[in-house]
Design a protein around this ligand. Structure first.
Ligand code: TYM
Length: 330
């Protein structure tokens, strides 16, 4: 049995990218491993220093985690800021994280272009906080989407560096994980880039979207005038819709439309209708559970309290050991 850690920032509702990149793996992993899943509210402050709707966003991710099948009696499900030991480990790891390597991080370079007026130290040290989330539970498996690959490399660097510096084999090396052959990247609906919460409302399909919203978004998704040569390479916008179909539809459906595309016989209207129907079918059960659970405030409070206690216990043990290794008085 290995230890698994993963988290999601509460910056909005869960979309298909979050689900296929991370959450579907959480649900499967909890059957075999010791799992810690959390809501990364500290991380939110790197991009949203004044978070207008933090409590509601935390609640909605919690509800969605539960609706997707995370069992709080099996996994440890908690809110990051309920476990302040994470912040202490972040402080300690920051002493051995170098400015140059943090500045070279791709997500940092992308983020500073988007928020030129707020290039804060938290943004620069985002990978250190993420490493603290993982190392505080000494996890080895980290289910995440493709965009988090570099952050995991950095977590391994910080773990190795700590071990070398204090001459102990203390932190294990964490690895990004997915049940398939490679990490997932679900594209957005606007023709380029990944599906994301900050890429505009029509770029992402949320698990809680109604059937009407799903149909509308898919029907509006960017396409072109159709293939002109047999077996031609699909342009990015079309390939993106096929990638979403691969995630939600049966392999027969995917092959059927792939063949039509290759023979230049595809009609995008039919293709999109099938895609929308399959997404609606896929999300319908989740949508029902989401609305069921979100009314049960007492249950949600109990889940958060229980998760905070379990996560805190394990995190406190790590911090005690780390303090001792570094040489603080206990
Ligand atoms: P966040 O909220 O940006 O993303 C949460 C998870 O969803 C995945 N994801 C995607 N996967 C595939 N295709 C997409 N279009 C897509 N969009 C998002 C992300 O890869 C991620 O797995 N830094 C993390 C939060 C975090 C964390 C951690 C994760 C904080 N500490 C420790 C693991 C371990 C993040 O990107 O959140």
């Amino acid at each position: 049995m290995e230890t698994v850690v993963s988290g999601i920032r509460p910056t909005g509702k869960l979309h298909l990218g979050n689900y296929f990149g991370a959450v579907s793996n959480f649900v499967r992993l909890q059957q075999e491993h010791n799992c810690y899943f959390f809501i990364a509210d500290y991380h939110c402050l790197t991009t949203h220093p004044v978070h207008v709707d933090m409590q509601n966003n935390v609640k909605s991710i919690l509800v969605e985690y539960l609706a997707c099948g995370i069992d709080p009696d099996v996994s440890t499900l908690y809110v990051q800021s309920d476990v302040p030991e994470v912040a202490e480990l972040y402080l300690l790891l920051n002493m051995n994280a170098y400015k140059g390597e943090l500045e070279r991080c791709t997500t940092f370079k992308e983020k500073i272009k988007k928020q030129k007026d707020n290039i804060n130290a938290g943004l620069l040290t985002y990978p250190v906080l993420m490493a603290s989330d993982i190392l505080i539970h000494k996890a080895t498996k980290v289910p995440v989407g493709h965009d988090q690959k570099q952050h995991l490399e950095m977590s391994r660097t910080f773990a190795r560096r700590f071990n070398r510096l204090y001459n102990r084999d203390y932190f294990p090396e964490p690895h990004a994980f997915n049940f398939g052959n490679s990490l997932i990247r679900i594209p957005g609906l606007d023709g380029g880039g990944k599906m994301g919460k900050s890429e505009g409302a029509n770029n992402a399909i949320y698990l809680s979207d109604t059937p009407e919203e799903i149909s509308k978004k898919i029907m509006r998704a960017v396409t072109d005038s159709g293939p002109i040569e047999p077996n031609q390479k699909k342009p990015e916008a079309i390939q993106n819709l096929f990638s979403i179909m691969k995630a939600v539809s049966s392999s027969e459906t995917l092959t059927y439309f792939d063949d039509l595309y290759s023979n230049c016989k595809i009609r995008y209207g039919d293709f999109k209708k099938q895609l929308a129907d399959d997404i609606i079918l896929f999300t319908s059960q989740l949508r029902e559970k989401i609305s069921e659970i979100s009314d049960d405030e007492d249950y949600l409070k109990k889940v958060m309290k229980q998760g905070a206690e379990k996560a805190h216990q394990n995190a406190a043990k790590t911090i005690r050991e780390v303090r001792e290794i570094i040489g603080f008085r206990n």
